[in-house]
Design a protein around this ligand. Structure first.
Ligand code: ATP
Length: 512
């Protein structure tokens, strides 16, 4: 499927097959808020399981928690979110559309990078076997010119971000000739800071109610529980705390389906380490997390690292694992070296000592932290974009097939009586009853068998078994493979073994 249409297909498919619905749709929806349907919740739970098993069960020194969404309001003062969790907001005066100024500039840089790639492709085609990419990049005047332009923009952008010089950032947008993607207009407002946290109140009496924030990241729940977890689990540094949970951000622009939502889920792990060892552990977690992605079996070309030029207030190093979404490479996961910023700051604000006595070095210190933070919804979208395929078959007919890793499929097995006759349906029900606690099963009776196969292909069911009249006599069923569409006759007793082997998540985890 060509890329521009793939995103539209994903959104339409997600709704048609019960994966993702716009929230409050009967009231015309709520911007950037989505609900997961029956198949969506199964896929989401399977992604969570794959992450949790890898991150918590896979490491003896990592434990999980589930902390509350509401936290003491001082948490967000200490973490820096009240003062610094802002995005630079710019508005186009003609279209009245609001944008993140930093994203407008980053997208402009990506456009110049795309021009460089185009030059490289053209030259590679011209020179064939003799083409040498690095020589070309270093000698082509046009490419060098583009690269100089990128470097200049990045330098100025980075300096204006650091200084909070929004006047210069606006000038940069104007000098680059950046136009409103919606209207093409270059008539921009001034840039102002916009805090992304949602505020609410705790308590019934308005006067005494205190201000609260909906957490914008799950990480702070881990930092506030650091002492409790370390003591009760008797953990020695290095160790990690993981959690999966909701986060809320009042995003300025949220127009990319579940890529950027106002309510979303994060899967985060904070790894506590001795000060000074952050480079070593940062490299370790970069490699480990990329391996986790690769083990899922999506094309490796889909992933790339993007190191941050502008570091957040808490970080001394940071990178994104970017994924090739249908709208280009974008952040899927962040890996951040968070120093001791959070624990030290909570120590200062709370007045409680948060430190660690290291029995190996006999030293007491505030641990440093490496964080891995992935958006569950973005992972869902990444898998969706890469695995939803349209195939043309030998007889020129088309089928939609959702080629998910089998262990992530929302339904693992479909049981299909060939026709809607009592004996066959009753027999299918018996097989269903035997296997129902093994995995999610769909017993599908309605429509022709061809239509039912297509429906199962479209939701990614790895195997279908069809029951016909011979099955009643010989105790065999026809097993159909989603990907190859091959069919074979197998004994009913073998279904469990064959499907279990195919949908086994553990074998993927063992490659980590
Ligand atoms: P972005 O630059 O795209 O706004 P971020 O750098 O602010 O993302 P982090 O604070 O590092 O994101 O959050 C960790 C992860 O949480 C991200 O890599 C992403 O997968 C996910 N995430 C962040 N914001 C959203 C959102 N609004 N909707 C869905 N997922 C999100």
């Amino acid at each position: 499927m060509e890329e521009s249409n793939q995103f539209k297909r994903v959104i339409a498919h997600a709704k048609e097959y019960g994966f993702v619905f716009p929230s409050s749709e009967i009231y015309d929806g709520l911007s950037a808020v989505y609900d997961y349907g029956p198949h969506g919740v199964e896929l989401k739970n399977n992604i969570k399981e794959y992450w949790w098993k890898a991150m918590v069960e896979g490491y003896q020194e990592i434990v999980g928690i589930d902390s509350a969404i509401f936290m003491h309001p001082t948490t967000w003062k200490a973490s820096g979110h009240v003062d610094a969790f802002n995005d630079p907001l710019i508005e186009n005066k003609d279209s009245n559309k609001r944008y993140r100024a930093d994203v407008l500039i980053e997208n402009h840089i990506k456009k110049i990078e795309a021009k460089i790639e185009k030059e490289i492709l053209k030259a590679a085609k011209k020179w064939g076997q003799q083409f040498d990419r690095s020589t070309f990049i270093n000698t082509s005047q046009r490419v060098i010119g583009y690269q100089i332009k990128i470097n200049e923009i990045e330098k100025r952008f980075s300096s204006s971000m650091k200084k909070g010089d929004f006047l210069d950032m606006k000038l940069l947008i104007e000098e680059c000739g950046i136009a409103c993607p919606d209207s093409g207009s270059k008539n921009w407002s001034d840039i102002k800071q916009f805090n992304l946290m949602f505020q609410t109140k705790l308590g019934a009496a308005q006067k005494r109610a205190s201000d609260l924030y909906m957490r914008p990241e799950t990480a702070q729940g881990i930092f506030l529980n650091y002492l409790n977890v370390q003591k009760t689990s008797r953990l020695k540094i290095p160790f990690g705390i993981a959690q999966i949970g909701k986060a809320f951000r009042n995003e300025i622009v949220a127009r990319q389906f579940i890529f950027r939502m106002r309510e979303f889920e994060q899967m985060e792990m904070q790894y506590f380490i001795p000060p000074g060892s952050q480079q070593e552990w940062y490299s370790f977690w970069k490699a480990a997390r990329l391996k986790w992605h690769h083990a899922m079996g999506l094309d490796k070309e889909n992933y790339q690292f993007h190191d941050h030029i502008n570091l957040a207030h808490y970080a001394d190093d940071a990178t994104d694992i970017e994924f090739k979404f249908p709208f280009g490479f974008k952040e899927l996961e962040g890996i951040h070296s968070r120093t001791d910023f959070d624990l030290s700051s909570h120590q200062t604000f709370s007045g409680k000592k948060i430190s660690y006595f290291d029995p190996f070095t006999n030293k007491t210190y505030t641990p440093f932290v490496i964080e891995t933070s992935i958006g569950l919804d973005r992972m869902f979208l990444a898998i969706y974009s890469a695995c939803l395929k349209e195939q043309t078959l030998e007889d020129a007919s088309k089928r939609i097939v959702f080629e998910l890793p089998p262990y992530l499929a929302p339904v693992k097995l479909a049981i299909l009586p060939l026709v809607n006759k009592e004996e066959l349906v009753g027999f299918a029900q018996e097989i269903n009853d035997k296997l129902q606690w093994e995995w999610a099963i769909s017993l599908d009776v309605k429509d022709t068998i061809g239509k039912r196969y297509r429906r199962q292909d479209a939701i990614g069911t790895p195997y279908c078994v069809t029951i016909d009249f011979d099955s009643l006599d010989d105790g065999k069923v026809t097993l159909r493979n989603r990907d190859s569409m091959k069919q074979e006759r197998i004994a009913i007793d073998r279904i469990k073994q064959v499907v279990a082997h195919k949908v086994d998540m553990i074998s993927a985890l063992k490659t980590l």
